[in-house]
Write a protein that binds this ligand. Sequence first.
Ligand code: SF4
Length: 678
Amino acid sequence: MKRTLTVCPYCGTGCMFYLVSDNGRLVGVEPSSSHPVSRGGLCVKGWNAFAFVHHPERLTTPLIRKNGTLEPASWDEALDLVVARLTQIQRQHGADSVMFASSAKATNEENYLLMKLARAVFQTNNIDHCARLCHSSTVTGLAETFGSGAMTNTISCIDETDVIFVIGSNTTEQHPLIGSRIMNAVRSGTRLIVADNRRIRLARQADLHLRHTNGSDVPLLCGMMHVIIAEGLADTKFITTRTENYAALAESVADWTPERSAAETGLEAADIIAAARLYAGAERAMIFYSMGITQHSHGVDNVRCVASLAMLTGNIGRPGTGVNPLRGQNNVQGGCDMGALPDLYSGYQKVSDPENRQKFATAWRVPALPASPGLPLTRAMDAASEGKLFALFVMGENPLISDPDQHHARRALENLELLVVQDIFLTETAALAHVVLPAACYAEKEGTFTNTERRVQHLCKAVEPPGEAKTDGEIICAMAKKAGYDGMSYASQSEVMAEIASLTPSYGGISYDRLAPHGMPWPCPTPEHPGTPILHHEQFTRGRGHFSPVSHSLPREQTDADYPLVLTTGRTYFHWHTGTMTRRTHLLDREEPTSFLELHPDDAARLSIRHRDRLLVTSRRGSIQTEARVTTMVIPGVVFMPFHFAEGAANCLTNNVLDPESSIPEFKVCAVRLEKLP
Ligand code: SF4
């Protein structure tokens, strides 16, 4: 038996474990007892993270669509075709007629390489990844207020805090080991506030459970800030010495009395007052949030309010405090850090800055780089359906299931002249592609992932990829060579990291020899620097923290007589994202085999729906069939669906309306009606 220390491929918690293999086949997983996050534990997805690797449906050879059918091809044939078609389309329609979708499941090195391929070789800033769908509001909102869009503190700070405020995060299901750490802290005396109208697991242990209406986070947070200021609970010394624009914030929340906040949120004024007193009264308080905050048409405003609440009370820059956006996928933090974003190079360096362009052009040995920011992924779908985008290269994502308004996404993908998908299985998106490239999975390659607390961790190769599958990095570099670019030949992934470090100040001191055994947190600017567990210690990344007042806006789609219920979407404990890996893991699929919809017993009684009845769910964009789960997990008037399942796909129903600043879709609120099927 061989044991290989590596990083979990599922959530951003970033647990490390040993993959156990026997004769080149994975047979199990052993947690790392000394890892600071996993500490000898794993959730059910981690324990089963070996099971999909040898699945018989793994892609083993390139496929090219001929006469409507995907047929096996050689690597040379497939890559020649991809490069020739991309070049031809660009010649015909311009450099920005093609788009590259990077992957939060790929390594930092691979995200960097795809970013370099798009910008240096194909001369377009049309590169983005699925952070657009989960935390682009965080990147925009926290960059404006703090100067950095990342989690400010560490997961282990949970053990040192007095109060934890969880808003819009079903932590025990989405980030299970962080969720269990919060539960352990509560058992040891830490106070807990949960704001989420689902009765999630954490809510059962909370001192206060605020079941506010969907999309009313701004009224709730402004109401809390009003109370904090009115009752003299604000940290005036912190505000004076560390922040700017406080007067504007104070003015903006002056009208948000607890009574007004209660009227907008559906809560009791007394509960809003109690939450404000509990949070502001703590010596150290942490905020955790996730997509319940970000996935709104006003997601950036939600993030601004969270940041203001923390600054108002001085809960930044110390152990046991902070604003902590929990990143969804294993390497969504790294995908952002590596510049798989349309307006930023690695390390959040703006493409619009001529000095940055010159720096990267010199390092990459190209005469110039494109100056105007590219398309966000969510707007690329609109461009494709309108005939303004002609080619899309997708690495390790499944937008047909993960994007809002599935009919719109399908129309967009089918309208492309060239769709290339590089993945480990024939996903629903890959099944539509003109060319499919078989990729190695996490267990079959070396590289780094950056977890939600900015910890850069090394993953090691445990087994060989199946058939002719290659790593994403090998495929990208081979494409660059076919396109006539000789600046992407690397002897190893550590060489790629050395190039990243040379161009990316926050990764400047990171190298493979420093990452054993359990990684280090950025910023790490020099080879001697120990890494930075807590951000904004003496000053914010931008200098002074900036209070950004907001005004309240409602979700863009409201209920009415035809669509009387609010649908909200999310994930479940047993599955991950579009189910590409977890639905090919027997134990996980057995526990949660198919799509379902949660509805409150009052709504069920009114509609004569019983537990496990088959339902037709209809929104203004489409209909799907699913199974009813009658439960008090949800409040009356609200229904919940997970989005993992291609059959009964929740994203057939969701609304493609975007936050104007971050371009994140409003996954968390749309209007639906239910009909019981015979
Ligand atoms: Fe993997 Fe997240 Fe579970 Fe840890 S908590 S084992 S990183 S899915």
